[in-house]
Design a protein around this ligand. Structure first.
Ligand code: SF4
Ligand code: F3S
Ligand code: ZN
Length: 103
């Protein structure tokens, strides 16, 4: 599962679509965590798609990740500022790749 303490245990190494990327990143195998309020561990995501289907405010968008060992696309929290903290995505992800800090 995604480490809920990732902001302490990882370093921000990049930005993507207006959100942070938390390393380590070594493409194409290691992609890190995308987002902060809505965080997706790209190295765990298997492209199940439940988060895209269920998010009521369309926070997620697919991004292509060719040659990643788990899946060739990932759910990117492209619109994380729209999140209403419903926690549906956290509940439906089969590999617990998503953390939402409803703080
Ligand atoms: Fe969307 Fe709810 Fe997940 Fe926020 S917590 S990203 S609103 S499904
Ligand atoms: Fe990936 Fe989980 Fe969404 S596997 S596509 S983050 S439901
Ligand atoms: Zn991203």
């Amino acid at each position: 599962a995604i480490d809920p303490q990732f902001t302490e245990n990882r370093e921000q190494v990049d930005e993507h679509n207006g959100h942070a990327v938390w390393g380590p990143v070594d493409e194409p195998e290691d992609l890190g965590i995308h987002g902060t309020h809505v965080a997706v561990d790209f190295d765990l995501c298997i492209a199940d798609g439940a988060c895209l289907e269920d998010c009521p405010v369309d926070v997620f968008e697919w991004v292509d990740t060719p040659d990643h060992p788990e899946s060739e696309r990932k759910a990117d929290p492209a619109n994380e500022a729209q999140c209403i903290d419903c926690m549906l995505c956290v509940d439906v992800c089969p590999v617990d790749a998503i953390d939402v800090d409803a703080g």
